[in-house]
Design a protein around this ligand. Structure first.
Ligand code: SAH
Ligand code: SF4
Ligand code: F3S
Length: 442
């Protein structure tokens, strides 16, 4: 068998695409290796969401170049969002690359490799599929899913936030048929999955395009919850404008829908939200979340935030700190604005100096650490249910997993008492960052 080395940058969509490529290549005789040096084929699945993500890709390829020069038979491919975005330019910059593909070509990965093998010429294969529907073939489903497993329900994004490359790298929104999803989830459960995380750049836009008989997102939640063996259900990521009252109702109705929501706010200031083209006000966002919190009291909410967007004044940044405090996020992904070629915000003057961006970033991160630690304190001395996902790397702890509110958990328990997929009550003894530690109460 030949060996493939796969590396992934970016979001869960990319992780899922890499997993699919691994399976498709397995059917063509490739086994995954963790050692670049042993590989006959190296694929790097890339991200272009921020400049930093691109830089990481280029520096990785810098370290792969000597391998290719030493072994001309090695095939080197670049896949994913940067491929779609920069196409030919990447071959010019890295002439030792054999091919460049975009996210919509994932299903054709074996074909791309065969093409290089047969004629040795490098090529670019990008662009969006012209299908009106989105389907993932059954033979590319994993036979050994983790206890917690992602299921792609929608691809692309039609929101066009002014700072974001995703609508250009992933194309238009398309949803997968509910029947295909239910089949896939039954398969995953049969092979050991306990928790299903519905995945997409904007999952609650599910059903708007690509379905024969459109159903809204919340109906999909009720449908998945009925599948025997699904013990936990989650979804990520959501856009505030598509987050409905019916979905709040679903949190109340569906026991296995875990009490966590990732609902990115990006900024706490209306002017900035407008320039970002988020298309909602901070008052609307706040009202929605206050309603959710009043109806689902133990829910934890997490968010994404961008600091230093063009035109963000000191007061506007203070508004962001204020909304963080008001909502009391359990965790946040906080980023410094990075201008992206081809996006509307790139036309604006990137007006905030780097050192101000850096200072705001640090201030927002410090606030989030305090919020996380305050919320975390509530768990101490109490029991929380943890789905075991694997071994813990924390000294003195055997297993790790997550609680319903999506806190990481390190668990002390006897070696043979638990396995991945078990759910156990844990008495929390300490908190560090967004992670709880405690003893299994067996
Ligand atoms: N679909 C999701 C997020 C996708 S990208 C949503 O709409 O919420 C993940 C996060 O990266 C975004 O939420 C945003 O906070 C950040 N991001 C995207 N483009 C960025 C840019 N140009 N600079 C800095 N952060 C960015
Ligand atoms: Fe990007 Fe906005 Fe779409 Fe999220 S909703 S992927 S931030 S364009
Ligand atoms: Fe990055 Fe593409 Fe995901 S740009 S964040 S890998 S959709």
């Amino acid at each position: 068998m030949k060996q493939v080395y796969l590396d992934t940058f970016g979001c869960q969509m990319n992780v899922a695409d890499t997993d699919r490529m691994e399976l498709l290549l397995f059917h063509s005789g490739y086994r995954r290796t963790q050692e670049k040096e042993d590989a006959d084929l190296i694929l790097v699945n890339t991200c272009s969401i921020r400049e930093k993500a691109e830089q990481k890709t280029f520096s990785l390829f810098g370290s792969l170049k000597p391998l290719k020069l030493a072994n001309p038979d090695l095939i080197l491919g670049l896949t994913g969002c940067l491929g779609q975005q920069d196409g030919k330019k990447l071959l010019q910059r890295m002439p030792y690359l054999d091919f460049v593909m975009g996210p919509d070509q994932v299903d054709g990965v074996a074909h791309a490799v065969d093409k290089v093998r047969s004629n040795g010429k490098s090529f670019v294969w990008t662009g969006f599929d012209q299908e009106k529907t989105y389907s993932i073939p059954e033979f590319s489903l994993p036979k050994a899913p983790g206890a917690s497993t992602f299921v792609n329900i929608i691809k692309g994004c039609d929101k066009f936030c002014s700072f974001c490359v995703v609508p250009y790298t992933r194309g238009r929104e398309k949803s997968r048929e509910p029947d295909e999803l239910y089949r896939e989830i039954r398969h995953l459960v049969e092979y050991g999955a306990k928790e299903i995380i519905l995945l997409g750049q904007n999952v609650n836009s599910y059903g708007k395009r690509g379905l024969k008989n459109p159903i809204p997102f919340h109906e999909l939640l009720y449908g998945v919850a009925q599948i025997p063996g699904v013990e936990r259900l989650r979804f990520t990521t959501s856009h505030p404008n598509d987050f409905t009252r019916e979905t709040i109702r679903a949190y109340q109705d569906i026991d296995i829908l875990m009490n966590h929501l990732h609902l990115p706010v990006q900024s706490g200031n209306n002017e900035v939200l407008k320039a970002m083209r988020r298309d909602h006000t901070i008052e609307e966002y706040r009202e929605l979340l206050f309603e959710l919190k009043s109806k689902v009291p133990d829910i934890c909410i997490s968010t994404d935030i961008i600091v230093g967007f063009p035109g963000e004044t000191g007061e506007a940044f203070e508004d962001t700190l204020r909304i963080m405090e008001e909502i009391g996020y359990s965790s946040s992904f906080i980023f410094s604005y990075s201008p992206r070629p081809g996006t509307p915000a790139n036309e604006l003057n990137d007006s905030i100096a780097e050192e101000i961006k850096k200072r705001r970033l640090q201030e927002a991160i410090a606030l989030q650490s305090r919020l996380t630690s305050e919320i975390g304190q509530h768990y101490i001395g109490n029991n929380t249910e943890v789905l075991i996902e694997g071994r813990s790397s924390k000294p003195g702890y055997t297993f790790k997993g997550r609680n319903p509110q999506y806190w990481g958990a390190n668990v002390q328990a006897g070696e043979k008492t638990l396995k991945a997929g078990d759910t156990v009550k844990v008495r929390v003894q300490s908190v560090s960052g967004h992670s709880l530690s405690g003893k299994a109460t067996l």
